[in-house]
Design a protein. Structure first.
Length: 209
């Protein structure tokens, strides 16, 4: 069964409390989402492997640490996931970026793919799927399935807020994928919104409502 890590760092929790407020404007919301993503990335990469390398400092030779093993990729689920990309890249500038676009069919309520562009070597990378909200889990599950079909086997999901229903769905569909979240809320309402949540993250990031 996949692990669910709630990242309870005080800075993450403080910033999450700020963006929950309905009177926070688009600019501040967008900025803080990016900041939270960077802080979450710091926590979610804690187990990356290191190796020793010999270097020359201005004073002498020294043994230092550097990342080893698989390189990283960040894959936002369009469109709200775009709000988390810059924060992750601030921490991992060399990561490659792919994009997955999904929308929910109004009749079947199932996710439908409309765009998928991934790094050519995505299957060799440690992949971070990012989306501010994990509500029903349908889009995240579909995105992970698409990544696995493209050869990705080392996948993590990073969400700012999650509902129990979405976490349960991901754990059932993809028990090999760990989930990193800043907050686990109470439930979904009849419209599929997380309660108490923070509203529609995409609309608030891009100012479309």
């Amino acid at each position: 069964m996949s692990k669910v890590m709630i990242l309870d760092h005080p800075l993450i929790q403080h910033k999450l409390g700020v963006i929950r407020r309905k009177d926070v404007g688009t600019k501040d919301f967008r900025t803080i989402v990016s900041e939270i993503a960077g802080l979450m990335c710091y926590e979610a990469t804690r187990d990356l492997k290191l190796t020793d390398v010999e270097i020359e400092t201005p004073i002498a030779r020294a043994t230092v640490k550097e990342l080893s093993g698989r390189k990283l990729a960040v894959i936002p689920i369009l469109r709200a996931g775009l709000g988390m990309v810059d924060g992750v890249l601030t921490m991992i500038p060399a990561a490659k970026v792919g994009h997955i676009g999904l929308y929910r069919d109004p009749e079947t309520l199932k996710p439908v793919e409309y765009y998928c562009k991934l790094p050519e070597d995505c299957g060799e990378r440690e992949v971070f799927v990012v989306d501010p909200m994990l509500a029903t889990g349908g889009s995240a599950s579909a995105a992970i399935t698409m990544l696995k079909e493209h050869g990705c086997r080392h996948i993590r999901v990073m969400n700012i807020l999650a509902a129990p229903e979405g976490v349960k769905r991901l754990q059932e569909d993809h028990p090999d994928v760990d989930i990193y979240i800043a907050g686990l809320d109470d439930h979904l309402n009849d419209h599929g919104y997380i309660v108490p949540g923070l509203g529609d993250a995409g609309d608030r990031i891009f100012g479309t409502k």
